[in-house]
Each structure stands twice: as structure tokens, then as C-alpha cells.
Design a protein around this ligand. Structure first.
Ligand code: GDP
Ligand code: MG
Length: 753
């Protein structure tokens, strides 16, 4: 028997595994079985039939009528479905529960004007009831009517012609139920514009009584019926036409007029197409019309991808005898579906974004921030794809829920994109500053290699320009338009600020390098010129000046010459420093600090040079040379040949005393001119107010300049301390004595020869 359903006689579903392919659904799907269970495979069926992606472009029709009035036969004829039909031999109820099938008739059966059946018509074949007079349980009838009304746009009412006008008949009982449950639906939803079409198909229509008359009789009966039902408060005055439109169609007897039956059902089938409200037809109140039956206002506005879930929720409410509240059901559906759609679109978002997040986190963990290539494009694409994907699917659902969920989605997406954006900016910042610093350092190094003739200011300007451009380029390319979070004004400012801080630091470094170059120069210059002065001491005619008699003024002016040489050398160095420093945009304050440091350091250099010259052995040697020079040579610089008659003792005493005056002279740095210490404090000057602790930290304290050091200028200028001085005097005298004894001997020796 090709029309027999696979499992249905016992009223149970085939298992999910059994129903894996379209073939398992050739009879459609049993949405609700004989035990009032909802079929979890409904959504799978809709997907197999390719209805799920249709949005609102689908339609639902239900059929009502007494048992065995040819309903299933009619649907199969109209829509090419394979609902099971009672066999002529057995005559027992076949349709159990509610079956659903997609229209199998294709659009090729178009009318002359090209109109064709609507897309995605879903037909529900509802189990019929036998005569009310048998007093059967009406529970399922009521529940299925409610379910059909909550979901269907068109309700086909199947009725024998000979039943028309039988007001007490079974059909009227069924319609009464339909009206009652319809009002129940509107209890919670009084302001709805929701209407349904009751499409009466009159079977075994002979034509003796014109359809018009049958239609009139039916409408009168229905109005009377409407008057008898009790209406909820507020809806007492409502009429049947507030909720229903009517259409009528007569079909000839299938058995007696098979050809007409076929051609009439074909004509009738073409009525199931999109239509629009026609005021003329309205005025006729259901007069025969060629208009398409699917008016937009009949549509329940449940997106196809949410239909199965919605239907299940509705049925659950109905089966559990709860008040059916369609707006609430639609909101619940919207929440469910919007959540589902949100999760779906987030999968795509994750695919596009997670790799970047991982990379960024890893780089941060390693402390090596990295600018991620292609991030901006990926973020922009992912965001618009995700949001658009959501909009397309979810905007068909309850507006409030949709908007709330959309905001939630944008929040989720933006939180993550914002983190990525800031990570990228931060990486651009860190690596940019590092690159800038490296670039300047390298340029300076290569400039030094090429002879030191580089323009530091230009290097810094050039590199900071490059660096800023790079930073801005990264930031600009990472911006996601139309978001509140993706701007980088603040970050750019911070970057500029740090660039100039780093520039200042690099310039200070460059100043240091310059300063130490100049200091080295000072050191070598002073080493030479101060050395010359000290060597002069040994000759007894210090400074190489012309030999003079008696008081040797050149020796007295020894420190004056040192001081002058020192001051002049440093002045020269200051000039070099200032020239070079101003070439790289150092500020006046920075130059001031540099000069101040240079003076202090130079003093240290001089002081070290003096100490080096004055170490005990050196000094004793110098004194001895000085003495011998005076003792052994006459005033014309001619070596003396001692004779016994010479006043060796006198010459010795004078020479010794003269040399001895050098010891106190050399012990203190004192200018002959003023017979005071040189004005070191004034010469160094005040500590510039802009000097930082870093500028001061490597400076040795200077007595009389750094007062809180507790060392006076007098002490700073003390080259040889008192005890050393005495020791030196004693040792010098001993050495001089030795020379004298030797001279004495040589004089006597010369005489005995
Ligand atoms: P359902 O219970 O309403 O779905 O009725 P079925 O479609 O199963 O048909 C019940 C019986 O009515 C079957 O034996 C059909 O052959 C018969 N039948 C179908 N169409 C017509 C018709 O147009 N006129 C008459 N008199 N019988 C029909
Ligand atoms: Mg049937």
C-alpha cells in the first residue's frame, strides 16, 4: 500500500536515526502524535525541505472537518502531499494527531497570467472528529484547533454540501470550538491585527443550489453561532468579521465526476498564492474571488528558522492547559533564537579573531609587544560580518528582544576588539619608541665612525618624524569605523610626549658624550702644560724664564701660571662645548649645566694632575734638582768646579734656603697676585637650577664650592699637609747635605791632586 505511512498506526514517531533523510518523510512529518507528543524532528524536516532559510517567505494552512470527509484526499490533490487516506475497504480513522507536509506541487502549474502557487506552503492535516452526537472526548479537537489557529494563516473547513444549513450538525460544533479558542487567543493580545482566513470547501457540490446561496446560509449560521458564544470582557461587541475573512469553493464529487474534480482542484490550488487586500472583495464579504489567499496580515510573523521552536512552545502551553499568550511566546522564541543566532555568528567571529588574540597575549606574556599585520582589516571584516549576520537572521524576531540582543552582541564583540585595538596601539607605542631610540643611537654610532661630523639635531628630527608617521599609520589602519572606542587621539599625544622625553634623554646622552670628549681634551692639554710648569721647577728657573737674581719671582708666580693655563684651557673647552651643543638644539639650560659640569670636572682633572706631580718621590726629586741647579751652577748657568777657596758653605746655604722656600709655596695653591687661593667657587659658579640629581651624581665634591661637604676652600687648595711638609723638609735637607759633603770632598780632592 503506497499511501500507508511508515509507522503511524500506533501513533508513535520513528526514531531520529530512522528519519535521517528526505525519503523517511515522504508522508510529511507527524508534528503531534496520537499521544499529544510534539515531534522533536519538526525542525529537521523543515531543514530537509529547505524551508528553514526562508525567513517570512512561507505559509501555513490547516484543514478542519469531520472524520472521513475526504480532507486528506483533498490536500493530496491540491498540494501533491501523501497524507494517508482511508482505504475504501477498511473504513477506519487514518489521520492521527497533526501531520505537516510541504507543498509538492511546483510553480510550473502557473495560470495564464503567470501567477503561481506561493513558495514554501506548509500544510497541516489535522485529525478529524466524528459526530458530536456520539459525545466523544473533545479535548484533542480543542487543542488542535488552538494550535492550528495560533500558527496557520488559512483554515480550510471541509464540509459536505448536504451538511450546509444543518445548524446542529457536527461541523457547527467544530466551528464553535474554533471561534472560542480564537477569542481565547486574543485575551492577552487584544490589540492585534491578526486575522485568519476560513476557507470553506464544499464537497460533493452538485450546483443545483448556487454556491452564493450556500455561502449566504453558512455565513448566517456562523453569525448566529458567534452570537451564542460567551465573549471575554471588552470583546462583547466584536463580530465574526473582526477576526475572520471567508472564502468558499465548491468541489464536485471525486467518485462521480473525477475529471471535474481534478480540474476544479487544480483551479483551487492556484488560489494559494500571495494576495493583497481588495476593498471590493471585502465589501462582498467572502464573495467568490480569484485573488490569492495569502494576505500579509494573516501571516503569524514567525521566521521559518524559529517556527519549530515556536510551535513546540505553543503546543507545550496548550497541552498543559495554560493560557496561550502569543506575544509572550513570541518574545520567548525571540530570546531563544536570538541567543542561538548570537552563538552562531560568534563562532565565525572567533574564527577570525582568536588567532590575533592569542598572538597578542603571547607577545605580551613574553614582554615583546608586536604590531600584528592585517589586524585592522580582520577586525573590521569580522565586526561587520558578525553584526550583519546577526541583523539578517535576528531582526525578524520581536523588536525589543532583537535590539537588546544586538546590543549584547555588539558589547561582546566590541569588548574583545577594543582590547585588541589597545593591545595593538600599545605594541606600536612600545616598539616605536624602542625603534626610535635604536635608530638614533645607530645613526650617531655610524656618524662617529665617519669622523664624528654628524648633525645630532637632524638625526633626532628625522627619526621622530619617521617614528610618528609609523605609529599613526598603525593606529589609523587598526581603527574600526562607527565605534565609540576606536580612536587614538589620547594615545597619539602620549606617544608624542614619550618621543620628546626619549629625545631629551638621548640629547642628554649626546651631551654626556660631548662632555667626556671635551673633558678628555682638557685632560690631555692640562697634562702637557701643567707638566711643563712642574718640570720648570726642577731647573730652579721655573717657567723657563730668564735667570734672575735673588728672589726668583718666577717661582713665586708658579701657581698664577698654573691657574692661568687652567682657566684658559677650560675657556677654550667651554667654547668647543657650547658650539657643538647648540648645534643639536640643546637648551640654554642644558648648555649651562654642561658647562658647569665641565668646569667642575676640569678642576678635578687639574687637581689630579697636581697630585700626580706632587707625589712624594717626585717632589723630593724636583726639590733636589732645584737645589742642585742653584748650588752646582753659577748665575750664568756655568757648572762650578769647587776649589778649597770657594765659599761652598755660603753658596750651599743660599741655595738650600732658596729651595726650602718652595716647600710652603708648593704646599698651597695660592696666587702671588692676591696671595690668596684662586677664586674657584666664583669661577665654577652656582649650581644651575635646572641641574638634575642625575647631573650631579657622578661629580666629586669640591671644598669651598660644595659647602655642605664640610671642606673649606683652604683645605681644597692644600696640596701638601703640614706633617708631610715637615717630613719633606727633613728629607730634602738630608739630600742637600749629601750634595754639600760631596762638593766639599771634591774641592779638597781637587787640591790634593
Ligand atoms: P479524511 O478522514 O477526512 O482525511 O478522509 P480521507 O481523505 O481519508 O477519505 C475518506 C474517504 O472518503 C475515502 O474512502 C475517500 O475515497 C473518500 N472520498 C475522498 N474524496 C471524496 C469525495 O470528493 N466525495 C466523496 N463522496 N468521497 C470522497
Ligand atoms: Mg485524513
Amino acid at each position: 500500500n503506497p499511501t500507508a505511512p511508515p509507522v503511524m498506526a500506533n501513533g508513535h514517531f520513528a526514531t531520529v536515526a530512522d528519519q535521517g533523510d528526505a525519503a523517511s518523510y515522504e508522508h510529511g512529518v507527524q508534528a503531534i502524535d496520537g499521544d499529544k507528543e510534539f515531534n522533536p524532528n519538526l525542525s529537521k524536516y523543515l531543514t530537509l525541505e529547505d524551508v528553514t532559510p526562508a525567513g517570512f517567505n512561507y505559509h501555513l494552512i490547516s484543514v478542519f472537518g469531520s472524520q472521513s470527509t475526504g480532507k486528506s484526499t483533498l490536500l493530496n490533490q491540491l498540494f501533491g502531499t501523501q497524507f494517508s487516506v482511508m482505504s475504501e475497504m477498511e473504513r477506519r480513522q487514518t489521520t492521527k494527531g497533526i501531520w505537516l507536509s510541504k507543498n509538492k506541487k511546483q510553480a510550473d502549474s502557473a495560470t495564464a497570467d503567470g501567477s503561481r502557487m506561493a513558495d514554501n506552503i506548509l500544510v497541516m492535516d489535522v485529525e478529524g472528529t466524528d459526530g458530536r452526537e456520539r459525545g466523544e472526548d473533545q479535548d484533542f479537537e480543542r487543542k488542535s484547533a488552538l494550535f492550528a489557529l495560533a500558527t496557520s494563516e488559512v483554515l480550510i473547513v471541509n464540509i459536505w454540501e448536504h451538511q450546509v444549513g444543518l445548524y446542529q450538525g457536527a461541523n457547527m460544533g467544530l466551528l464553535k470550538t474554533v471561534f472560542e479558542v480564537n477569542l481565547q487567543l486574543f485575551l492577552k493580545d487584544k490589540h492585534t491585527t491578526h486575522r485568519s482566513l476560513l476557507f470553506f470547501v464544499i464537497r460533493d457540490f452538485i450546483g443545483t443550489t448556487p454556491l452564493k446561496n450556500l455561502q449566504k446560509t453558512l455565513l448566517e449560521d456562523l453569525s448566529r453561532l458567534w452570537d451564542t458564544i460567551s465573549k471575554p470582557a471588552g470583546l462583547e461587541k466584536s463580530t465574526i468579521h473582526d477576526y475572520f475573512d471567508f472564502q468558499f469553493y465548491g468541489l464536485p464529487h471525486k467518485g462521480y465526476q473525477p475529471d471535474q474534480f481534478v480540474s476544479e482542484t487544480k483551479k483551487l490550488g492556484l488560489r494559494f498564492r500571495e494576495g493583497h487586500r481588495d476593498p471590493k472583495r471585502d465589501a462582498l464579504k467572502g464573495e467568490f474571488s480569484e485573488e490569492g489567499v495569502f494576505l500579509p496580515e494573516y501571516h503569524r510573523r514567525i521566521p521559518a528558522d524559529g517556527f519549530a521552536h515556536y510551535a513546540e512552545g505553543i503546543w507545550d502551553q496548550i497541552v498543559n492547559n495554560k493560557d496561550l499568550d502569543l506575544p509572550t511566546q513570541q518574545e520567548l522564541l525571540a530570546q531563544f533564537r536570538c541567543d542561538e543566532i548570537l552563538r552562531e555568528v560568534m563562532v565565525g567571529f572567533d574564527e577570525a579573531i582568536i588567532a590575533f588574540e592569542d598572538k597578542q597575549n603571547e607577545a605580551v606574556r613574553l614582554g615583546a609587544p608586536e604590531v600584528l599585520g592585517g589586524l585592522g582589516v580582520a577586525m573590521r571584516t569580522a565586526r561587520s560580518k558578525t553584526v550583519k549576520g546577526f541583523e539578517t537572521e535576528a531582526s525578524r524576531y520581536h523588536k525589543g528582544v532583537y535590539q537588546r540582543k544586538k546590543a549584547e552582541l555588539e558589547g561582546k564583540v566590541d569588548t574583545r576588539l577594543k582590547a585588541l585595538f589597545h593591545g595593538q596601539i600599545s605594541a606600536a607605542h612600545k616598539s616605536g619608541i624602542r625603534d626610535f631610540s635604536d635608530a638614533v643611537t645607530n645613526a650617531v654610532k655610524s656618524g662617529q665612525k665617519k669622523g664624528g661630523n654628524y648633525d645630532f639635531a637632524e638625526i633626532v628630527n628625522e627619526e621622530s618624524k619617521v617614528s610618528l608617521e609609523k605609529f599613526e599609520a598603525v593606529a589609523r589602519s587598526t581603527v574600526v569605523e562607527n565605534t565609540s572606542w576606536s580612536n587614538y587621539k589620547q594615545e597619539l599625544k602620549l606617544y608624542e610626549k614619550e618621543l620628546s622625553e626619549v629625545s631629551a634623554r638621548l640629547r642628554r646622552d649626546e651631551m654626556r658624550r660631548l662632555a667626556s670628549r671635551v673633558e678628555r681634551w682638557v685632560q690631555s692639554r692640562l697634562g702637557e702644560s701643567v707638566g711643563v710648569e712642574f718640570n720648570g721647577l726642577g731647573s730652579g728657573r721655573a717657567g723657563g724664564g730668564a735667570p734672575e737674581d735673588g728672589d726668583k719671582p718666577t717661582e713665586k708666580a708658579f701657581w698664577d701660571r698654573i691657574w692661568n693655563v687652567f682657566v684658559e684651557t677650560v675657556l677654550d673647552a667651554e667654547r668647543r662645548f657650547t658650539d657643538r651643543a647648540s648645534s643639536f638644539d640643546a637648551s640654554l639650560e642644558e648648555v649651562d649645566v654642561g658647562l658647569w659640569r665641565l668646569r667642575r670636572k676640569s678642576w678635578g682633572v687639574l687637581r689630579a694632575k697636581i697630585d700626580e706631580e706632587m707625589i712624594e718621590g717626585n717632589l723630593l726629586l724636583k726639590l733636589r734638582e732645584n737645589f742642585e741647579d742653584k748650588f752646582r751652577y753659577d748665575d750664568d748657568g756655568v757648572p762650578r768646579i769647587w776649589r778649597p777657596t770657594d765659599d761652598i758653605e755660603g753658596i750651599y746655604t743660599r741655595a738650600r734656603e732658596s729651595t726650602l722656600t718652595l716647600i710652603p709655596l708648593l704646599s698651597r695653591f695660592r696666587l702671588a697676585e692676591t696671595s690668596a687661593a684662586p677664586p674657584l667657587d666664583r669661577w665654577i659658579g652656582h649650581t644651575p637650577s635646572t641641574a638634575s640629581p642625575a647631573d650631579e651624581e657622578d661629580l666629586a665634591p669640591i671644598g669651598g664650592v660644595d659647602e655642605d661637604e664640610g671642606k673649606s676652600l683652604e683645605e681644597e687648595m692644600t696640596i701638601v699637609g703640614d706633617s708631610k711638609r715637615q717630613e719633606l723638609t727633613v728629607r730634602f735637607k738630608k739630600a742637600a747635605d749629601g750634595v754639600y759633603v760631596e762638593a766639599k770632598r771634591s774641592a779638597i780632592g781637587g787640591m790634593t791632586q
